[in-house]
Ligand binder design. Sequence first.
Ligand SMILES: [Fe+2]
Length: 511
Amino acid sequence: MGAVGVSRGLQAGTGSLKKLLSLQNLHFSSQAQVECMAPLFQTVSETPKPVQAKVFGTIPEWINGSLLRNGPGQFEFGEDKYNHWFDGMALMHQFKIKNGAVTYMSKFLESDSYKLNKSQNRIVASEFGTLAVPDPCKTLYDRFMSKFKIDSTDNCNVNYVLYKGDYYVSTETNFMRKVDPEALDTLEKVDWSKFIAVNGATAHPHYDPDGTSYNMGNSYGKQGTRYNIIKVPSQKSASEETLEGAQVICSIEPQEKMKPSYYHSFGMTENYVVFIELPLKLNLMKIITSKIRGKSFSSSLSWEPDFQTIFHVVNKHTGEPHSVLFYTKPFMSFHQINAYEDQGCIVIDLCGQDGGEDLDALSLQNLRKSEHTLDKVWCTHENLQDHSREEYGLEFPQINYKYNARKYRYFYGCGFPYLVAQSLVKMDVQIKKPKVWKEKGFYPSEPIFVPYPNSVEEDKGVILSAVLTPHQDKNIFLLVLDAKDFVEIGRAEVPVKMPYGFHGIFVPQKS
Ligand SMILES: [Fe+2]
């Protein structure tokens, strides 16, 4: 394999990501915009019984299944308020499409965190950006000892993931909750660490065509901190439950043991897992002492561009790391779009942003592991999008998943000129020209591609997106776009409030 070509998407803005996404900032940001966004980040009621949506245009009859979305839906209990967008209690949404009609329902995830907070009407369980206050009823000794216990939440508000044919909701801790995608019921709590030596896993696994799942998670065991590549078989035997059969196929040592990188996703080609070790660092000492210092988990993250960005390439069949160390200048990325092998190279497309500083020279001086005997290759990138364009800041990328890990042509995403997406974008990575959908006063969420049955063309199908509005007199709607020309075919309006969320999935109806 030769050099890795890195295609990078748009810059999503500069500054501290964790601060940008704080609820205070999301509410405050509305003052700088034409309209107030605050209603998109406020608590809503669940809609546990399906309500009929009002259809405009046409919802194609071949679409038979549900768009599920996940995201925060409750931001306070009693007098206690969460600090961060990521902290809100998971609310599961379902747009069910059948015979050209659409129903909507939503249910809060009945996580242990949610149930405990609800029963005590205060925030009892710590989340990413909020440290729970100790129970005043506990003894002084209990309160002191609880400061040394690192909490882990099962408030799985990020995504839906699939393992062995079962649906789960996921965040990034060691816990997932199995869910029933039909009734949106919360099922068992599953702990990754009971099956393999990891302390968590991302909410963005990859899947082989046969259903084998790959993910990544950190471990903090006796041998020190490691980044682990996880493989979960596609099938379960009759006696097996949940994650049995999962295995760690490769463990990677961080550049610095007490400062592993934060990562939200990773890339996968036909034969390789591509893990990007970013300069966004998790300070383990700060995590261990966070409770004593009265700080939340988010305070343990820091942007440290003195570290290189390193691409670790691992053979996903053998678990062997590639003998070449690929690296590039510091940048930040949450979501990878796609990765594939092409003429002896790996191409990885991602949504990224610079750290705001040009640290190439400094990075070279500070290249860690300088004693390492691996060959090193400096990687370059190309921008997939013109930065001057209105839809500048592409995020929540999605593709026709049949083209995952393969050479592909189209991805879809949300255009973020500011903190809330204002457009949907279809990007042609060959000619680098976008098609855009937008409507004033409406804010679309992650576009999900649903292929036309048995189609072979990459963009033959529809895009589904839940389109939200902060206006009290307007309805949210499920938008259906023709994926080819990116023009609206139909929409299904529902008179409910829906906060801005994270990710979703299309679940085909079983015939
Ligand atoms: Fe994500």
